[in-house]
Design a protein around this ligand. Structure first.
Ligand code: G3P
Ligand code: CA
Length: 328
């Protein structure tokens, strides 16, 4: 059983107390798996809101995850995708701005961040995207900028005497660059402005694309995570290639464990570790539509199996459940 993150954190804080140094976070702290709040505590609050990120930290998450897209006037904001009809009240406030676009090969009808200024997005309020989750907080919370997320992580960490990490994902990076709104440059500028463009910063930059990560590897020492979702991306040879530019891989849990209890776990974790890569897995969600049948409805069993298999980090919509699984 892995040592609980909270215990390692207390040891780390004790060591830092006399020097005034900030405690390290994540893999550098020890071999403790990190808890990553997926889109915030998105099972409890509308995703990508300061309120959702705050709750996640209160629940013990080590990192908060903002997915990043850009606005018409260039601001970096936290949204899972540039289409915002499913997660905000844009349809009622800007009905006439609905349009159709092709993004990364998909034809999408909706409202897109790149068609709105930050001031316009400020008038919107977030809502829960999934029908089977609570809608009690719909219409209350704003869309945050990336810099607001960085500021929040810093203030929450200071208030709690620990480091709160930030785990940004570049969303549709080739598409955004093609329309003159690249994500990587303002991302690095924002990190540099806060002294976070360094190898030991409590930051991971993730992407499903590899071209932008290969370029970022030449521009920053921040640790990079290659998101993977297909078998050809995780062969031993492919993993060794990823290790030339990335610190780790972010893998779908289904690439490691199958749906049924009869399925034997894959060698992805061992192969990645052999290549020198850390493995962070997404996304732990307890609802029956998401949770593999092999866990019999128990989300803690999923955490425990992934820990036994050696994962280095876990993305969860309910960070409280992941923390609970780590503590058992
Ligand atoms: O970034 C890890 C995981 O979040 C990838 O999936 O679609 O939720 O961004 P997605
Ligand atoms: Ca993500």
């Amino acid at each position: 059983m892995a040592v609980p993150a909270a215990i390692l954190l207390l040891s780390s804080l004790a060591a830092c107390a006399s020097t005034g140094a900030r405690a390290p976070v994540g893999p550098s702290a020890a071999a403790a798996p990190i808890v990553i709040a997926h889109r915030g505590a998105s099972g409890h609050r509308p995703e990508h809101t300061l309120e959702g990120y705050t709750l996640a930290v209160q629940m013990g998450a080590d990192f908060i995850e903002p997915d990043l897209v850009r606005t018409k006037d260039g601001a970096l904001v936290a949204r899972h995708e540039n289409e915002i009809g499913g997660t905000t009240d844009v349809a009622t406030k800007f009905a006439s701005r609905k349009t159709r676009k092709v993004v990364d090969g998909d034809t999408i009808n909706g409202w897109f961040t790149e068609d709105f200024t930050l001031a316009e997005l400020r008038t919107l309020r977030a809502k829960e995207r999934l029908s089977f989750r609570s809608h009690a907080y719909d219409g209350q919370f704003r869309i945050p900028t990336f810099d607001e997320v960085l500021a929040l992580a810093d203030s929450l960490g200071r208030a709690r005497g620990r480091v709160v990490g930030v785990y940004p994902e570049t969303k549709h990076p080739t598409y955004f660059r093609s329309i003159g709104l690249p994500i990587e440059e303002p991302l690095l500028l924002a990190l540099r402005a806060r002294g976070l463009d360094r190898a030991d910063a409590p930051v991971f930059i993730q992407s499903f694309e590899n071209g932008n990560l290969r370029t970022l590897a030449t521009q920053t020492r921040v640790r990079l995570i290659q998101l993977v979702s297909t078998a050809p991306q995780v062969t031993p040879a492919a993993l060794r290639d990823i290790a030339t530019y990335a610190y780790g891989v972010g893998a779908n849990t289904r690439q490691i464990v199958g749906e049924d209890s009869s399925a034997v776990p894959t060698t992805l974790i061992a192969d990645a570790h052999a290549a020198g890569l850390r493995v962070h897995v997404w996304t732990l969600r307890p609802e029956p539509v998401f949770l593999a049948k092999r866990y019999g409805g128990d989300p803690i069993a999923e955490v425990r199996e992934l820990l036994r298999l050696g994962v280095d980090g876990l993305f969860g919509d309910y960070p409280d459940q992941v923390v609970r699984g780590l503590r058992r």
